[in-house]
Design a binder for this molecule. Structure first.
Ligand code: NAD
Length: 477
């Protein structure tokens, strides 16, 4: 029996009463480890430790915060290979994608090491004589960070780094399916010299640990990434407790393909956007909206490229698509494949592979309509609807006809269409001739509608959520 990985509370590695198995979705025999399953008392202890540590961290020199974050970034770089392998094993994305994600986590820590010393305050003269105004930013206090399984190191990093840079103390609750990467992050922050209590990790069930964080009055703010259903409950809980809240949720991201597009660019953008990372990205292109004149040629070429994708063990170099994250997620995907057929789509691919592990062939739902359930609800797997449209105006209308608004894209050779789409798209992120997924760490990430609430993540804008503005007046006499 392997040693149980513990929670990190107040600078101590703390045992929990229960533990969960972390197994690879690519190989049910690959037990990655046993991870502590915390409870309400662990949340209380973590919040108390964070509350005690936060004033010293928040009021201390920004140089200390910057140094800790920079060292954490360095350590993440030094561990890139091992962390990438762990990520590929526990989540199932390919080793190349996993190492890329681990690199991004390091880049985020380095970026926010800079932000820690870049004070965004302002000094103004009042409109009253002899009165000066300072507009200052202060940390919020203790923040709760709740993260999903699909980016198990990048999302913890893009929440924790700005939260810590701004002088907050953190209690992090990672996804139950993928606690391993967040556990490594806690190790890294300890080794980087983060003072005890400033960063705490409590692993366990969302309904228990996540809900306790939302309900605890000493937690000033919650930043959550996950499903819309859970996000809505968190928003309601935070409203009741008058907490600041940030939600990043699902998407049903449109990718428009115009007849004047470069066909190879369009096929590659759709292949990447829809199926890479097994389609398990909130920014995945799940609705391919194709102009009638290019529709059949596009579908033929995309289906051939999709069929040639190499599925397999994420640790093998030639693999392009790994498994679905869990048996539960795979069952949901297969239900959607069935539903797409019942709704009248021609389904290409989508079957479970006859091998151990949770493997599914990528799927296209051809002849889809935008009012079908499979075109409206997030599937979060390697499945994309193909919707035929007559022209640009219909394409833009269909692209915007969704409750979500995270990312969108267009493939076109025309500046006129590209400009009109960038202006008219009701999404937080818009791509021209690029996949809908893949946003740099130094620019704002987020969406509209049912996709996001409460301010952008990443880039400099992330600091807005993790700080509170104070307007201070002085009359010098
Ligand atoms: P999920 O909502 O099931 O879980 C997310 C986190 O919330 C987990 O840590 C979970 O344990 C916790 N949780 C569950 N119930 C809770 C409760 N009652 N109270 C508090 N916390 C609770 O989502 P998931 O399946 O882990 O992730 C997939 C979803 O995440 C997809 O919908 C995807 O679109 C979304 N996502 C969005 C973004 C984005 O930035 N917009 C990025 C990645 C993933």
């Amino acid at each position: 029996m392997s040693e149980i990985k513990r929670n990190f509370i107040g600078g101590q590695w703390c045992a929990a009463a229960e533990a969960s198995e972390n197994r690879s979705p690519a190989n049910p025999d690959d037990l990655i480890g046993l991870y502590a399953r915390g409870n309400q008392a662990d949340v209380e202890a973590a919040v108390a430790a964070a509350k005690a540590a936060q004033p010293g961290w928040g009021r201390g020199s920004p140089q200390l915060r910057s140094d800790v974050l920079r060292r954490a970034g360095d350590l993440l770089l030094a561990r890139n290979d091992a962390l990438g392998r762990l990520l590929a094993r526990e989540e199932g994305k390919t080793l190349a994608e996993a190492k890329g994600e681990a690199l991004r986590a390091a880049q985020l820590f380095h970026f926010y090491a800079g932000e820690a010393v870049r004070d965004p305050g302002e000094k103004l003269n009042s409109i009253r004589d002899g009165v000066e105004v300072d507009v200052m930013r202060e940390p919020l206090g203790v923040v709760g960070l709740i993260t999903p399984w699909n980016f198990p190191i990048a999302i913890p990093a893009w929440k924790a780094a700005p939260a810590l840079a701004a002088g907050n103390a953190v209690v992090m609750k990672p996804a139950d399916l993928t606690p391993g990467c967040a556990h490594v992050l806690a190790e890294v922050l300890e080794e980087a010299g983060c003072p005890p209590g400033v960063f705490n990790l409590v692993m366990g069930r969302g309904s228990e640990i996540g809900a306790a964080l939302v309900q605890t009055p000493e937690v000033a703010a919650i930043s959550f990434t996950g499903s819309e259903r859970v996000g809505r409950g968190i928003a309601a809980g935070c409203a009741a407790g008058m907490k600041k809240v940030q939600l990043e949720m699902g998407g049903k991201n449109p990718m428009v393909v115009m007849a004047d597009a470069d066909l190879d660019i369009a096929v590659n953008a759709c292949l990447n956007g829809a199926f890479f990372s097994t389609g398990q990205r909130c920014t995945a292109s799940s609705r391919l909206i194709v102009e009638d004149r290019i529709h059949d040629a596009f579908v033929e070429k995309l289906a051939a490229a999709m069929g040639a994708l190499r599925l397999g063990d994420p640790l093998e170099a030639e693999t392009q698509i790994g498994p679905v994250v869990s048996e539960g997620q795979l069952a949901g995907n297969l239900d959607n494949v069935r539903l797409a057929g019942e709704e009248g789509c021609e389904v290409v691919g989508g079957q479970r592979l006859n091998r151990p592990g949770s493997f599914q062939a990528p799927a296209l739902f051809v002849n889809a309509r935008n009012d079908m359930r499979t075109s409206r609800e997030e599937i979060f797997g390697p499945c994309a609807s193909v919707i035929r449209v007559a022209d640009f105006d219909e394409a833009l209308a269909v692209a915007n006809d969704t409750p979500y608004g995270l990312s969108s894209g267009i493939c076109t050779g025309s500046l006129k269409y590209a400009t009109a789409f960038r202006r008219g798209s009701k999404a937080g992120m818009v791509m021209v001739n690029l996949p809908t997924a893949g946003v740099d760490y130094h620019v704002p990430f987020g969406g509209r509608g049912a996709s996001s609430l409460g301010g952008r993540e990443q880039g400099r804008m992330a600091m807005d959520f993790y700080t509170s503005v104070k307007t201070a007046y002085t009359f010098a006499g």
